[in-house]
Design a protein around this ligand. Structure first.
Ligand code: TYD
Ligand code: MG
Length: 455
């Protein structure tokens, strides 16, 4: 029988290599390749077929299961992102850039849960208790019944938690924790993984909800192995542009609720304030609509959201004209420029193109294609789009417009905010359209004709 071939697996991305290397060719991580001996194929002593294991009890998929109980913080935006409150015995990871406001958010959340009658422990590995206390006072939370500790040794943390048995533990941050059985520095992949494992198993064992704070690397990933994201039930990202007051809490994974749900906050002198009506907020300081500015009727999670998309097109002095994007995907912009050129003959060669989603929010919906195309056309032709009009729809490479989901909700939100007309792809299920004047377009040519009277 052939000897099983040893393989080398990256602990970061799971890529399989034939030989050991210092750096994973697949994800670029250093020192993550580990040797693994695969099980032999076919019958052998190593395979499990021979020896008897314990027989599992199989159950029916159709059996009745009650939804998990939920703990509400009373911070509506946070509860919404969690899928309707925090689930007991769950582990949640909150990632974000340094300084974005994670500690502020979680201190406010800790106080809110404590205020709702839950036993909350906040463990800070980054700040002394005096610092956390001062922050709490600045936030007006000085009187909250949150139990506090500054500690990085996870053995001590777990021992304390076993004795205290709180309902909720917040660990700020997972990168500062270290396990004394693992011989590497705090913040290393091995330590972060071991710490996260200890804390998630503690959560399951004792029925405590655990929230871990994680820093994000320059590449936008939570530092440490991806494995942490797999270990926890819920992964939330706290994002926002520096210099903007808006902060978005986004669920990227949620075992107990919808992913892609967002909560909107505003960073103020007194901490994070919830924004209950984000559309009004994002359009609030909208100036007189200029060429290149259009309003996109989007959906974030389960909630409609109107945002302004701005484009600027200017003659370029560069051999390779500039393509700059804030709040949207750069590759998708290139695609839309190419489709515009190929299907309508309106080209952008020799022109710098800037695209900006106002307010510092990031949009990933393909439904924004049509709004982006319209902003680009409007900027290129210096023709304004009527200010009472919202736009949404997906663009295919052929130049045809594809219907998108939840058209009726998008239109209702727009009507609520005083818009009276909409441009959308033909075939959208628009219902009564909230009383809006609808232009349902089959393709890009129709859009050009509609907006600029050309054809
Ligand atoms: P912080 O919560 O410490 O960020 P993180 O834990 O993600 O690193 O937030 C730090 C920033 O928030 C800091 O630059 C100051 C700002 N901030 C306010 O604007 N208002 C406030 O009330 C607080 C507490 C912080
Ligand atoms: Mg912090």
């Amino acid at each position: 029988m052939a000897k099983p071939v040893t393989q080398f697996v990256c602990s970061e991305c799971g890529a399989v290599h034939k030989k050991w290397t210092g750096r994973c060719e697949s994800c670029g991580a250093w020192n993550t390749i580990q040797e693994e001996v695969p099980l032999a194929s076919g019958p052998s002593k190593r395979a499990l077929g021979g020896a008897k294991g314990r027989r599992m009890a199989l159950t029916d998929l159709a059996s009745e299961e009650a939804p998990p109980p939920r703990t509400l913080s009373g911070m509506a935006e946070l509860d919404r992102v969690l899928g309707g409150g925090l689930v007991p015995a769950s582990a949640t990871l909150v990632g974000g850039d340094p300084g974005i406001g994670k500690s502020t958010l979680l201190l406010q959340a800790a106080a809110a849960f404590a205020g709702a009658g839950h036993k909350v422990v906040y463990v800070s590995g980054e700040e002394a208790t005096a610092q956390v206390r001062m922050r709490a006072q600045r936030l007006g939370l000085g009187g909250a019944t949150v139990r506090l500790a500054a500690e990085t040794n996870l053995r001590d943390v777990i021992t304390t938690l076993e004795a205290e048995a709180p309902d909720l533990v917040i660990i700020d941050s997972i990168q500062t924790m270290w396990v004394d059985t693992v011989e590497s520095a705090p913040g290393s992949v091995a330590q972060v993984r071991a710490s996260a494992h200890e804390l998630t198993t503690f959560a399951k064992r004792r029925g405590t909800s655990v929230i871990l704070v994680g820093h994000v690397t320059k590449e936008g990933q939570i530092a440490g192995p991806r494995v942490v994201e797999h270990m926890v039930d819920t992964v939330l990202y706290f994002e926002g542009e520096r210099g903007h007051q808006f902060r978005i809490l986004r669920a990227v994974k949620n075992r107990f609720g919808p992913a892609d749900e967002i909560g909107v906050f505003e960073m103020t002198g007194g901490g994070l304030a919830e924004v209950a009506n984000p559309s009004a907020m994002f359009l609030g300081d909208r100036e007189r609509p200029a060429p290149g500015s259009v309003v996109f009727a989007g959906i974030e999670g389960t909630r409609p959201l109107l945002v302004e998309i701005q484009a600027l097109v200017a003659p370029s002095g560069l051999a390779q004209p500039r393509r700059a994007v804030v709040g949207w995907d750069g590759g998708r912009l290139s695609m839309i420029l190419a489709v515009l050129e190929a299907r309508t003959g309106i080209g952008f060669a020799g022109l710098d193109v800037y695209l900006n989603v106002a307010g510092g929010i990031r949009i990933s919906e393909p439904a924004a294609d049509l709004a982006v195309a319209c902003a680009l056309l409007s900027a290129r032709e210096e023709a304004g789009v009527p200010p009472d009009t919202v736009i949404f729809g997906e663009l295919s490479l052929s130049g045809a417009l594809r219907p998108v989901a939840q058209a009726e909700n998008r239109l209702k939100e727009a009507a609520k905010l005083g818009f009276t007309a909409a441009m959308a792809p033909k075939g959208c299920k628009t219902g009564d359209a909230g009383g809006m004047k609808l232009r349902l377009l089959p393709d890009l040519q129709a859009l050009v004709g509609e907006v600029f009277g050309a054809g």
